[in-house]
Design a protein around this ligand. Sequence first.
Ligand code: BGC
Length: 795
Amino acid sequence: MDSNIILIIKVKFYSKLIKKLSFLIILTLLSTAMAHSQSAPKLGNASINKVVGAMTLQEKAELVVGMGMKLPPNANIPDSIRKKFQGVPGADKYSLKVKGAAGWTHPMPQYNIASMVLSDGPAGVRIQPIRDKDSSQTYYATAFPVARLLACSWDTSLVENVGKAYGNEAHEYGIDIALAPAMNIHRNPLGGRNFEYYSEDPEIAGKMAAAMVRGIQSQGVGTSIKHFVANNQETNRQHINTIVSERALREIYLRGFKIAIKESQPWTVMSSYNKLNGKYTSQRHDLLTTVLRDEWGFKGFVMTDWTGGDNPIAQMKAGNDMLMPGNANQIKQIMKAVKSGKLSEKTLDRNVARILKIIRKSPSFKNYNYSNDPNLKDHAKVARQAAAQSMILLKNRNQTLPLMKTGSIAALGNASYNIFIGGRGSGSVNEAYKVQLNQGLTDAGYHLNKYLKKEYEHYIKKAKASRPKPSFFSHPAPIPEMQISADRAREEAKNNDVAIITIGRNAGEGADLKKSNFNLTDKEKNLISTVSKAFHARGKKVIVVLNISNAIDVASWRNQVDAILLAWQPGQEAGHAIADVLSGKVDPSGRLATTFPVHYSDVPSSSYFPGKPAKNPQEVTYREGIYTGYRYYDTFDVKPAYAFGYGLSYTNFSFGNLNLSSSKFNGKLKASIKVTNDGNRAGKEVVQLYLSAPAKAIDKPIKELKGFAKTKLLQPGESQTISFNITKRDLASFNPKLSSWRAEAGTYVVKIGASSRDIRKQGSFDLAKAITVEKDQPVLQPPHKINELSPAAHK
Ligand code: BGC
């Protein structure tokens, strides 16, 4: 035979053999894999240790990294950022599960590990409302009142109730973890995300967040309290280096988180973007392990904020168990680090186990058959009630409010027809509708001037059409107020019986406000003064509704008007809720959870917010230390426009004698006080308990909020006794030299107030010997000593 022919036959023979063999090899591999998958321990049946033990390094690295997040294709986002969000191959398949959610964890069916869906927060579920252009089925969510309004309820059961509705909605839309609540401290009135946060005070922030977590988690879905920690501004938020003393951290910025962890055990915590004293929070072992887990007993897992930090290995070691939204490069880096010994596999196993523990509780793991049909009608009612019960009546000269139903209302100001129901960015919600203020008043039976309505609606439409489309992070300037000339104002005063001017302001993620935003614009000032003059000339009244995201100047114009209602951003039922309060259907029982300063320059951090260098801040030092909010204004005697805790009602309350169970502190003490409704309408009062502690070893604020409670709805003449348990923790401050929470010996004064500057009753007790209430690790210290504000130096 020709040698060529022999060669061809041989080649054919061998290639057939190779094909057969490779088929056999593939078959064997497949069946081994199947056998492995069948015999692999299953989450739920086998112990978590067993499951972790069976996982490959690649699988473990995948589990601690999210699957990415789809960014809108046309948004103006640089490639470097897109890459960080890109996720892993195949991620698309899972992100289909709940479109518009923020994150997904890796599914591993071989171990029965479900993919969890994470969605924003915190004003309600944030998902895509219409999918694949099919509007026959919609996925709208309830826009609840923003956190800063909810906090003004001073009512934890109200917040818990909102949490229940929110949690139910998340559950019915297939969400496993709500990226909420957000609970950073209002450090400066220009903070871009202050609307998402509760208060300037950690006691309020902590109690409100705990209530929200309890409410959401009662529905079987998890939460992620955020942003841990000292994320109090948006300027350069991904990299700003926050320099803050350990005492200010422990007493102000960490304290709310501690309360929330202890009182509600959230499933997860989200670390913040910023650096804290030189290191990204997500890369600080002392923060995420020593403080969060060892000192406070947190049991869940920690996730990064979206693309937060810069070193996955340091994050793994610190106890930042999951990287969100996740990308393929992080998986590679983690695997490489384990192989090279830079990251111990034990550490990775620990993080994997923490995540699996939460997955095991999740609706996805339980195969919950979600309906995609939550009861939006019921939730709207919850949103309306919560908003109305939280609004704050700042001024009510000669009982201007409640508003009579006779006559005609001139509703002025853009926001009367274009209301801000919430802020911008990840904290916004895709709601099915929003109730405008004019609509709310009409529904309540008021007669509104319809020419004004037409004119404003036309003006707003035109202004919106002519400005650039707002993007996620860009902050379009508010539509300037329509000018009302003096003649026009006189005309309106002649034709109408009362004026309502709504001042609307918004803010959002990714940017802080500017100093100038604290003041009203010239057009706003003009509107208030022109309208007030014209209406007052005819003996008619002017009411201002503040539909704002941030505290603004009120002192310079408030004398011109008769009543001011602070509505903040009230959620989708805005118009109805405002009308409920204006009409007196609901008595205003909200109280300020953040002070309104007279001038921006009165704010303790005003001269160095948002950090230096001024053009492009890289570092911000919290030189005010523990003296934030009322702790500053009251201790340094700077008179605010409206004090922390302030708010009026349509009725009057009186406080009886303050009863202290003992004049000596023996481990605990009870304070009780009787509150009586002395007016002639039903209403609720907020009782605020402040404590003044002796300041010998360290300086202290002149008083601090240690307890609060809201009465039930008291009928005229009705009373209720409110009691507080004062514990040794309430007496203690953090002494950094001793790394301890210490209650100093001496006299403590209990002050019951209607605001921090309106103390109605007080009493005192003695502590004979100092007590160390808690000993902590000396951690989180700033890189250098901060020359902090102190009352002694000030005198
Ligand atoms: C925000 C978080 C949010 C996350 C996911 C981040 O930019 O800071 O609050 O949960 O995005 O959308």
